[in-house]
Design a protein around this ligand. Structure first.
Ligand code: C5P
Length: 399
């Protein structure tokens, strides 16, 4: 897919700049022609020579050089680009880009290009979470720039948190996943549920679960990019709703049910990735419960099973996909749910694994189909899995 493509790789001044060498190398091995633009900051971390050797192309470091090795004017690189990747993208760079500044070769090229732009923010957690940075990221996303979300982990500044640049392989996976799929869901209406529900105990407290929403959000984003009209019904989540989806935020299972049932009749495909609470508190206290007694008994009553209701209502053209998160007897339980809820497919998820299930960026699943087929999927990012699932659902729909 990258063969003979001209890719501009923007490198800004973050410690993660060393990882960009591997990005450049992988792009070149994939057959792309890589043109690196480095900011002044980036050159403090790594030398242009490294990129020149890796890419076999001159590296642009300034707008003001007397002799341009590069045989084009600065705008020409913007025109030549089939794709731009900025990795790492520092807070300073994001601020400048969001303001439309053009004070160096990278920002200038980005203002002038019509190619899709991918950016991988990498910085200290507090800098990343700062509302100024978040506002800048949002402005760029609103313009159609593709955000490669930072990973969480140990950062160079010594703290653990969000802001780490994903590994080069993950960055390339992200980009490839995005460009690989055509608008094969054009004209389809897809309803996705995501994250866990909060079941209130009193005005202050709730019963919740560990679902982050990552899988459902990845599905919603992928479906939207492939041309579908997407409604995302989500329980509370720290994630930003993907660009271009119709977002409905809910808290409890009852609210989720109401939203889902309202939109169900007009949807072609429903994917229920939400971790819906099976039980809710029977008598929700109107005031905050005080800690008077040594014991507190909460009586729970069963929540309606939304997916089962959909299974009873669905017509033969509608595709219904559920998730089964289990810690044991995965296939057996998943199979039972597939049948009981009248699903076309169930995604069975062993949540006892470290690399799968709640709050991870990767997932390992087995797919069970109505006709009895079982497919084992290798470990992959949730984004890649989202696209794989959608491709399989399209195949089901066309059968
Ligand atoms: O039965 P279980 O909760 O394990 O089934 C999981 C699947 O059913 C998920 O797709 C989940 O979104 C859905 N579900 C639902 N309503 C519930 C419980 C689960 O739609 N009350």
């Amino acid at each position: 897919m990258l063969k003979d493509k001209n890719i501009v790789l923007g490198v800004t001044g973050g410690i993660a700049a060393y990882k960009s060498v591997e990005i450049a190398s992988r792009l070149r091995k994939a057959g792309a022609s890589v043109h690196v633009i480095m900011t002044a900051g980036a050159q403090n971390f790594i030398t242009p020579l490294t990129f020149r050797e890796i890419t076999g192309n001159p590296v642009i470091t300034t707008m003001w050089g007397e002799v341009h090795n590069y045989n084009v004017e600065h705008i020409a690189l913007a025109q030549l680009a089939d794709l731009v990747i900025v990795a790492p993208a520092t807070a300073n760079f994001l601020a400048k880009a969001a303001m439309g500044m053009a004070d160096d070769m990278l920002t200038t090229t980005l203002l002038a290009t019509k190619a899709p732009i991918y950016f991988a923010p990498a910085m200290n957690t507090n800098m990343y979470n700062n509302p100024l940075t978040q506002t800048n990221i949002q402005s760029l996303v609103d313009l159609g720039w593709h955000l490669i979300p930072p990973a969480s982990g140990h950062l160079a500044c010594g703290i653990d948190g969000v802001g780490r640049m994903p590994d080069p392989v993950e960055i390339l996976d992200f980009v490839l996943e995005n460009i690989a799929h055509k608008a094969d869901l054009q004209g389809k209406k897809i309803l996705v549920t995501a994250a866990g529900t909060y079941e209130p105990i009193d005005p202050v407290r709730y019963i919740g679960n560990r679902s982050s929403g990552k899988m459902g959000y990845a599905i919603a984003a992928a479906a939207q990019k492939r041309g579908a009209e997407v409604i995302l019904v989500s329980g509370p989540s720290a994630l930003m709703p993907p660009q271009g989806v119709d977002f409905i935020g809910v808290e409890s299972a009852a609210q989720m049910r109401e939203a889902v049932l309202k939109h169900f009749p007009k949807t072609d495909i429903v994917i229920k990735a939400a971790a819906v609470a099976d039980y809710r508190v029977r008598n929700v206290a109107e005031q905050k419960i005080k800690k008077n007694d040594d014991k507190l008994t909460l009586v729970l009553e069963k929540n309606p099973d939304i997916l089962k209701e959909l299974g009873e209502k669905k017509n033969s053209d509608q595709i219904l996909v559920g998730f089964a998160a289990e810690t044991q007897n995965l296939l057996e339980y998943a199979q039972a749910k597939l049948e009981k809820k009248n699903l076309d497919m169930i995604v069975a998820n062993d949540v006892s694994r470290k690399d799968a299930g709640f709050n991870t960026d990767t997932n390992v699943v087995k797919l069970l189909y109505k006709n009895g087929t079982i497919e084992e999927m290798p470990i992959m990012t949730k984004q890649k899995l989202a696209n794989e699932l959608l491709s399989k659902i399209i195949r089901l729909k066309n059968q």
